[in-house]
Design a protein around this ligand. Structure first.
Ligand code: C2E
Ligand code: CA
Ligand code: CA
Ligand code: CA
Length: 278
């Protein structure tokens, strides 16, 4: 083991060094962007599966690095978490979202925004208080905010997650369980929690027309979720065939490239205006 130190040196080559420098630089640039609220939100419409009416939008964070271009959110969210400023990132996104709801209110539009919340943020004891004072500071109705938490977060610390959800629900903030069907929980466990929406993961939606098993699971999940009083949303709908199947099962809301990609705010307005005229 002694001599491996020397060996290791041989492997510590220029490309590894470059990768480390690159990574450190990315971290620093991201930290700066978060501190200056420079991340941008794109908005993906959530539509009524039946009427196609706009039910709200999901905020998806975007970061354009000055030299490296667009960095995908799952990448930069992970970088921020590992570098210890994931909570600052989530707080910045939440602030931007509430400011956007307010800006729309000022234009006479009441539109709900769903924000993705990471586990460390959701589990902080101060979280609920901070959300409520943010809403209060901007004069925003709590019902216009929806928080998406993954089933994985919930199962990691069930009792604590339940407390958080109860407090948020009491205040009127909407809660969605995101990425449902990716294998971390089942509905009977989730039935002990109070939440509004169950978001069915794209992986199950992809099975429509391709896997009898996925279709059977979808059918059962939608039925059970309804029996428990939840609204069901399907994400990642790309094909008309998937939409038709979901509609037939009574799925409440749909979201996906079939209807719209996540859009910058101006393009969302254009998208809506154009639909209004059809
Ligand atoms: P997610 O919350 O499951 O979001 C759905 C992802 O699927 C988004 O990717 C969205 O652009 C994409 N999508 C929507 N419709 C379709 C479709 O029809 N087909 C396909 N192939 N994809 C579709 P995006 O924007 O790259 O975000 C990826 C993940 O990054 C999100 O997954 C979420 O976990 C995370 N993320 C994004 N924004 C934030 C944020 O503000 N905070 C946190 N904590 N996480 C975020
Ligand atoms: Ca989401
Ligand atoms: Ca999702
Ligand atoms: Ca997902």
């Amino acid at each position: 083991a002694k001599q491996s130190g020397k060996d290791r040196c041989r492997f510590f080559d220029a490309s590894l060094w470059d990768a480390l420098v690159e990574r450190t630089r990315l971290e620093n640039d991201l930290r700066g962007a978060v501190e200056r609220d420079e991340l941008v939100l794109h908005f993906q419409p959530k539509l009524s599966a039946r009427t196609m009416g706009l039910r709200g939008v999901e905020a998806l964070a975007r970061w354009r690095h000055p030299d490296l271009g667009d960095i995908p959110p799952d990448t930069f969210v992970k970088i921020a978490e590992q570098a210890g400023f994931g909570i600052a990132l989530d707080s910045s996104i939440l602030r931007l979202a509430v400011q956007r709801i307010r800006a729309w209110m000022d234009q006479g539009v009441k539109r709900r925004i769903a924000v993705n919340i990471s586990a460390p943020q959701f589990m902080r004891p101060e979280f609920v208080g901070e959300v409520l004072s943010l809403l209060d500071a901007h004069g925003v109705d709590p019902e216009l905010l929806e928080l998406e938490v993954t089933e994985r977060i919930v199962m990691a610390d069930f009792a604590e997650a339940r407390r958080r959800m109860d407090d948020l629900q009491t205040a009127g903030v909407r809660i969605s369980i995101d990425d449902f069907g990716t294998g971390y929980s089942n509905l009977s466990q989730l039935s002990q929690l109070s939440f509004d929406m169950l978001k069915i993961d794209k992986s199950l939606v992809d099975g429509i027309g391709a896997s009898a098993k996925s279709e059977a699971i979808l059918t059962a999940v939608i039925q059970m979720a309804h029996a428990l009083g939840h609204t069901v949303v399907a994400e990642g709908v790309e094909l008309a065939e998937q939409h038709a199947f979901l509609q037939q099962l009574g799925c409440d809301e749909v979201q996906g490239y079939l209807f719209s990609h996540p859009l910058p705010e101006a393009e969302l307005e254009a998208w809506e205006a154009q639909r209004g005229r059809v």
